[in-house]
Design a protein around this ligand. Structure first.
Ligand SMILES: [Zn+2]
Length: 293
């Protein structure tokens, strides 16, 4: 089981990472993608990747909430980290119109820079989006080229999801969506193609309603096991599939040997929940494996 998105470097976890990782391993979690948010926490992400090389996959990016804190040389520093860590992905970055007084022009500029880096370095990009789906879709559509990308903790509508699917998006489900009031989000995940769904803890945030591993007000990353189980029963998919997709997206090394047997896919339904995404194959059935390059 792989956690596609968390923040183990968060100061709220300071000094407890080894213990948290131990518990994650005992809960059956084999790897996690630790997302940086600003220049200040990139060294801590790098350190975790060095200290737990078989478990922590680093990601470096500038979160929209941290845009104002960046230095003039942030982009150079980011490039340096991507060169230094060839298995690192890019994130967390994105657009946020929910935050207090967002600096939208700067957010857009920085988001474009992250997408361009993803293309240049051929790394996946993890995207945060709150109340900014229209602008995000505009950016993705007008980008000269797109890297592989993950919409983490995706809470957009089914209409937005369909647009994003056409652009090759992957979507991750967090434990916060298990709250009763998040029914709309759960319905979207029921309709998404199985090969585009990932799971994440987003620890220490996005706490679950009744966590298996309570940690005061924080979300313990080992709660991923519960997230996998509940999303599997919700979608009728085998929980292993979500980890395979993490490898397919390139967030963890492909050498991890994860592969999706056909039997792990959702059984065919008489009435398709959505139109086949891609070109029909010889038999006239939609090839839902991957988008055209
Ligand atoms: Zn996050």
């Amino acid at each position: 089981m792989i956690d596609a998105h968390n923040h183990l470097q968060d100061p709220r976890f300071a000094g407890r990472q080894a213990e948290l990782i131990q518990t994650m391993k005992s809960a059956g979690i084999t790897a996690c993608v630790v997302n940086g948010t600003c220049e200040e926490d990139w060294p801590a992400v790098a350190r975790l990747a060095e200290d737990f090389p078989d478990f922590v996959k680093p990601a470096f990016g500038l979160h929209p909430w941290k845009v104002e804190k960046r230095s003039e040389t942030y982009l150079e520093t980011l490039r340096h980290y991507l060169k230094q860590y060839p298995h690192a992905s890019i994130g967390e970055c994105g657009l946020d119109r929910w935050m207090k007084s967002p600096k939208l022009a700067e957010q857009h500029q920085i988001f474009r820079e992250h997408l361009a880096l993803g293309v240049e370095f051929q790394r996946s990009v993890t995207i945060h989006c709150l109340k900014a789906w229209g602008p995000l879709l505009d950016e993705l559509k007008k980008a000269p080229a797109l890297p592989k990308f993950l919409l983490h903790s995706f809470a957009g509508s089914w209409e937005v999801a369909q647009e994003c699917l056409k652009l090759g998006a992957y979507f991750s489900f967090s434990g916060y969506f298990l709250h009763p009031r998040k029914e709309k989000v759960r319905q979207v995940f029921k309709k998404l193609p199985p090969e585009r769904i990932l799971i994440e803890s987003d620890a220490p945030d996005m706490a679950l309603p009744n966590p298996e591993f309570p940690l005061n007000k924080l979300n313990h990353p080992a709660n991923l096991r519960q997230i996998a189980k509940e999303l599997a029963s919700l979608t009728g998919l085998k929980p292993e599939l979500f980890s395979v997709n993490t490898a397919e997206l390139g967030l963890v090394a492909e050498t991890s040997g994860l592969q999706a047997p056909a039997s792990w896919r959702r059984p065919p339904v008489s009435k398709p929940l959505h139109k086949p995404l891609h070109l029909p194959n010889k038999n006239g059935h939609g090839d839902r494996r991957s988008p055209p390059p």
